[in-house]
Design a binder for this molecule. Structure first.
Ligand SMILES: *Cc1c(COP(=O)(O)O)cnc(C)c1O
Length: 431
């Protein structure tokens, strides 16, 4: 059932690369020597642009000291707001709706503490069983902090196939007992892309605030948070956005909520031009910026300024287009070459590209862990999610079609030669 737009031969991979409109961006990135990097959904690679802004800020600290807060090229004092404005086109944020701050989990706490207002019989939070664990930990903590029982109040939409969620089931669960909906845009294992717009519509129609964690889609799938009426969102910056380990995250707040009081206030959320009046009454900035808590992690976050450049230059629509094409190509190669015995690989991601984010879950009932180890020993960098998923994420700005072809060829050879038998069944702390 091979897709007629693709062909399984190696020369076709070269042809796809030759005609790839984004091919010139690969040189902007440092590809770890000897590797085929397929893990841009976990930690995106460093670009020259990001390296430059990191070094510049370090230099500013060296030469300006405290004056960097106001005299840095991008003054550190307003860096969070400026980076929010810079990244706004990626998620369809309007002015003041996006700020670069905190970390994903902290931002979930900051927003859920604001939006979770249990009242009468409306006390539940609707989430899903396939979510990234930290998101659920944060929800549990928020429920507990109100003296309520997370077991009772958090409703997790189940998954019929263990991989994907059915939007209709989610909407069905938006009952009059639900006080808040919080969902991922793209599921971290299967890569399913939820229909954010229709979920936001349905939640609004029922008067339920809805927030999204877009960590697995930001920088690879375009969003229109403002136009879709999403109440709030969070996303990290170190996956497809290539902000680097330790880089801050983003916090999106729809402008109709600018008047709300932040649930976890801190002095960096103060009205900017009065912050240093040092008054004891908190007055939050009337923007997403009001949800900042602490001084920004300027050094660790400085790569984002440059990291955004290749993304904005390429354009999120073009990035999405390549992402769809290269993941479709990967799926097609697996189907054409590795679906039957002895290979027995299966695709765990939705086949409809409109329902798929930037990575592909390649499943194998047996030996997926050791096959992943064998891939790594050959210089490939995928990752493994238990029990049986090898995640492959071709990053549109730096992964080539030929690299995808080589990964599939390597999977074939690893099974042909039973190469995986040389590896241990024990998992490392990070796999
Ligand atoms: C990567 C990711 C996170 C990371 O959380 P941190 O607090 O930044 O460590 C959270 N949620 C989702 C859905 C993610 O994909």
């Amino acid at each position: 059932m091979s897709d007629p737009q693709f062909s399984p031969g190696e020369s076709f991979a070269f042809e796809l690369d030759r005609t790839d409109p984004l091919r010139r961006f690969r040189d902007r990135f440092f590809i770890p020597p000897g590797t085929v990097y397929l893990d841009g959904n976990s930690l995106g690679l460093l670009s020259r642009d990001a390296e430059r802004t990191l070094f510049r800020v370090l230099e500013e600290w060296r030469t300006l000291g405290i004056r960097g807060w106001l005299e840095g090229k991008r003054p550190w004092f307003t860096f969070a707001e400026e980076m929010g404005a810079k990244a706004a086109p990626l998620v369809g944020a309007e002015s003041g709706e996006l700020v670069f701050t905190g970390t994903t989990t902290v931002n979930i706490h900051a927003l859920v503490s604001t939006f979770y207002r249990p009242e009468g019989k409306r006390t539940r939070i609707l989430a899903d069983l396939l979510n990234f664990p930290t998101d659920l930990y944060a929800l549990q903590g928020q429920v507990r902090s109100r003296g309520l029982d997370p077991e009772r109040e958090i409703v997790l939409v189940p998954s019929e196939d263990g991989r994907t969620l059915d939007e209709a089931k989610i909407v069905e669960a938006m009952t009059d007992e639900v006080a808040l909906v919080f969902l991922p845009t793209v599921l971290y294992r299967s890569g399913q892309l939820l229909d954010v717009q229709s979920l936001a519509d349905e939640a609004r129609r029922r008067g339920i605030p809805i927030g999204f964690d877009a960590s697995h889609s930001a920088g690879v799938v375009p969003h229109e948070f403002h136009r879709w009426g999403v109440d709030f969102a969070v996303f990290c910056s170190y996956k497809y956005m290539s902000g680097g380990p330790g880089c801050s995250a983003f916090l999106y707040l729809n402008e109709r909520h600018f008047g709300l009081k932040p649930g976890l206030p801190g002095w960096f959320g103060y009205v900017k031009d009065k912050q240093f009046d040092m008054r004891l009454e908190f007055e939050s900035a009337p923007s997403a910026g009001g949800w900042q808590i602490s001084s920004p992690g300027v050094l660790g976050s400085s790569p984002i300024e440059g990291a955004l450049d290749p993304i904005l230059e390429a354009g999120i629509e073009a990035i999405r287009e390549k992402s769809v094409r290269i993941t479709s190509y990967l799926i097609d190669l697996i189907d054409a070459r590795l679906a039957g015995p002895p290979y027995d690989f299966r695709i765990g991601s939705p086949r409809d590209p409109r329902r798929r984010g930037g990575h592909v879950a390649v499943e194998r009932r047996e030996e997926a862990l050791r096959i992943n180890e064998a891939l790594k020993a050959r210089g490939f960098v995928p990752d493994f999610r238990p029990p049986d998923v090898i995640r492959i994420a071709p990053a549109p700005l730096y992964t080539t079609y030929h690299e995808v072809w080589r990964a599939v060829q390597a999977l074939k050879e690893i099974v042909d030669g039973r190469e995986f038998e040389r590896f241990s069944r024990e998992r490392k702390a990070i796999s």
